[in-house]
Design a protein around this ligand. Structure first.
Ligand code: ADP
Ligand code: MG
Length: 271
């Protein structure tokens, strides 16, 4: 099998220059490999500050690694520089962010945004074809163009807008979605349906999805494989059920026990 995505000893440091105080190792020597033609949900779990977003940004080619190599379909991302190459890469690897309200221009109707994406990211031409592309993308996330037509972002719920964001990401027919905490800003009651949508996209559209979360419950439910990060390093990895049913690393055990106990009294008053 050939690799869809391959990270070899990837690290990223921040600071430590002439004018900054301390160097932070945001991501430390991470290697992983996702196969072409094997759709899966590959989950990255870790507490806040463990390096998840930095890892996502490097995979999205928004931030270069300080060391190591990232290849997508065999191409080293460090060589993806020219505008045309960057566009081709963006079509194949699409982000989903935590806050859908930040992902959209508040002054722009969401249907217009989808139409613009169809033109720019999928080369769709002509009003009828553009409308059709937007509607098809919306239908694959359980919405329709009729439901969002003429709406501004704030006229939709967070859950609806995150679905529109996912629809937008699908228009260019990507091979990989990188979803950085896509449900943590969404109402708890709607999270399951969005997480279920990720599973549907894996099964129906054959998408590989990197699902980033600090939430072990959704991770357990949705993941095929998982890595657990702590302070930039991968402390445990493997088949998701195997890892989460029987964590080996003390940190993974701690993470699991802290999730499963309902309220740990800390003695700290929040009054
Ligand atoms: P997570 O997404 O798991 O919360 P991040 O990747 O955002 O983790 O952050 C990992 C570490 O890198 C943190 O210590 C954070 O403060 C630091 N960091 C992230 N981005 C930057 C940046 N642009 N400049 C300086 N430090 C950063
Ligand atoms: Mg983050």
């Amino acid at each position: 099998m050939s690799a869809l995505l391959e990270l070899e000893n990837v690290s990223r440091t921040y600071g430590g220059g002439l004018f900054s105080r301390r160097q932070v190792m945001a991501v430390n020597d991470v290697s992983l490999r996702l196969e072409e033609g094997r759709p899966e949900i590959f989950t990255v779990v870790g507490e806040s500050g463990s390096g998840k977003t930095t890892l996502a940004r490097m995979i999205l080619n928004m931030v270069p690694p300080s060391a190591g190599t990232i290849r997508f379909q065999g191409t080293d991302l460090a060589t993806v520089r020219a505008a045309a190459e960057r566009l081709a890469f963006m079509r194949k690897v699409q982000p989903i962010f935590q806050n859908p309200f930040e992902a959209f221009n508040p002054m722009k109707r969401v249907d217009r945004y989808l139409f613009a994406t169809a033109r720019r990211m999928a080369d769709v031409q002509g009003d009828a074809a553009i409308t059709e592309a937007a509607d098809a993308a919306l239908k694959s996330v359980g919405l329709s163009l009729a439901e969002v037509r003429g709406r501004f972002p704030h006229q939709l719920s967070g859950g609806q807008l995150q679905r529109v964001a996912i629809a937008r990401a699908l228009i260019s027919r990507p091979a990989l979605l990188v979803a950085d905490e896509p449900v943590s800003m969404i109402d708890a009651s709607l999270r399951a349906s969005i997480v279920n949508l990720l599973r549907e996209l894996r099964d129906r559209n054959g998408l590989t999805i990197i699902y980033i979360t600090h939430d072990l419950a959704t991770a357990y439910y949705v993941s095929d494989r998982i890595i657990i990060m702590r302070r930039g390093s991968v402390v445990e990895s493997g088949d998701a059920r195997t890892v989460l049913d029987n964590p080996q690393h003390p940190y993974s055990q701690l993470l699991k026990s802290s999730v499963l106990s309902p309220e740990v009294p800390t003695g700290v008053s929040h009054a």
